[in-house]
Design a protein around this ligand. Structure first.
Ligand SMILES: [Fe+2]
Ligand SMILES: [Fe+2]
Length: 300
């Protein structure tokens, strides 16, 4: 992708996010240039990013917005711009007129934003509604997985893949009958075999939507180091590091959430259990990274 690229009267690749439209104009490596069109009177916000050192730049090409800077409300018009980097709090933004902004991001966010509005997102919401005990599970697993990636100091590309894969890891539960998902008593072998199908279903759903890696990571999120996992019984390094990370975050979230057949463990109990299995079923480095994340957050 070297050379000169001229785009005149180009039909943008775009997507609708709620009432706004985001178009990807250009992309190189992690860097993305987008056009963001928002109708008047729409509250919006810039949220702290999932990526370390993410820089987001917005140039007002048309229209006007109001942005909150602490307790001050600042009006920005055509020709004005703002940018954010490593923000800790959400920054509220409101459009005053129909607005077009040039949006430049130092990390790939376009596909990630797509996942918050598209077909997959609505299927994810439906699958979470089916399972009475896992409300918001996918979001929590995503947040935790990304924090583990930071703690392990892994690459931003890996971070991006993890953010997508962890969000959709259980989407295939949509195809598992409700009475099995919500059964308050022990599952029979046959019923458990049904549940086990969900990682394969999730992976099938994601194939072709993102790069293949995402589907592979999702398929492996229940594989365990000693080969006791499913669907393939992969062992050790046969399991992608991304899947090993999601596996730990997923198990931790399951342990610390109430289920039909047992009440939630405390963070301390859950991490002790994960540590007792570290190196056997769970990746040791990942479990210790999770422990550090929890200590940082004051959960332990
Ligand atoms: Fe799962
Ligand atoms: Fe899960």
């Amino acid at each position: 992708m070297d050379g000169l690229f001229i785009c005149k009267d180009k039909k943008y690749i775009d997507q609708v996010i709620g009432t706004s439209t985001l178009s990807l104009l250009a992309k190189k490596d992690n860097f993305e240039v987008m056009l963001y069109e928002i109708k008047a009177d729409r509250p919006n916000s810039i949220t702290p990013g999932d990526f370390p050192d993410l820089m987001e730049f917005y140039y007002i090409a048309e229209g006007a917005i109001e942005i909150e800077d602490g307790s001050t409300l600042v009006k920005l018009e055509k020709g004005d711009y703002f940018y954010v980097s490593n923000i800790k709090e959400t920054v509220p933004v409101k459009t005053i007129e129909d607005t077009k902004m040039l949006y430049i991001s130092s990390q790939p966010v376009y596909n990630l934003l797509y996942t918050y509005s598209g077909e997959l997102r609505s299927l994810l919401d439906k699958s979470e509604q089916k399972d009475l005990y896992t409300h918001n599970h996918s979001n929590r697993v995503q947040v935790l997985s990304v924090k583990i990636v930071h703690k392990l100091g892994l690459s931003s590309e890996m971070n991006y893949n993890i953010a997508l894969a962890s969000l959709f890891h259980d989407i295939g539960k949509f195809f598992i009958p409700d009475e099995i998902l919500n059964k308050p008593t022990r599952l029979s072998d046959e019923e458990f075999n049904y549940i086990k199908m969900h990682s394969t279903y999730s992976s099938e759903l994601l194939k072709g939507k993102f790069i293949d890696d995402i589907a592979h990571i999702v398929e492996e999120h229940h594989e365990r180091l000693d080969g006791s996992g499913y669907p393939k019984g992969l062992k050790g390094n046969q399991i992608r590091i991304e899947a090993r990370i999601i596996g730990v975050a997923d198990s931790y979230d399951a342990m610390t959430t109430d289920r039909a057949y047992r009440s939630a463990m405390t963070p301390k109990e859950a991490i002790e259990e994960l540590k007792s299995l570290a190196g056997k079923t769970y990746d040791k480095d990942v479990v210790f990274a999770l422990e550090k994340v929890l200590i940082d957050e004051g959960a332990l």
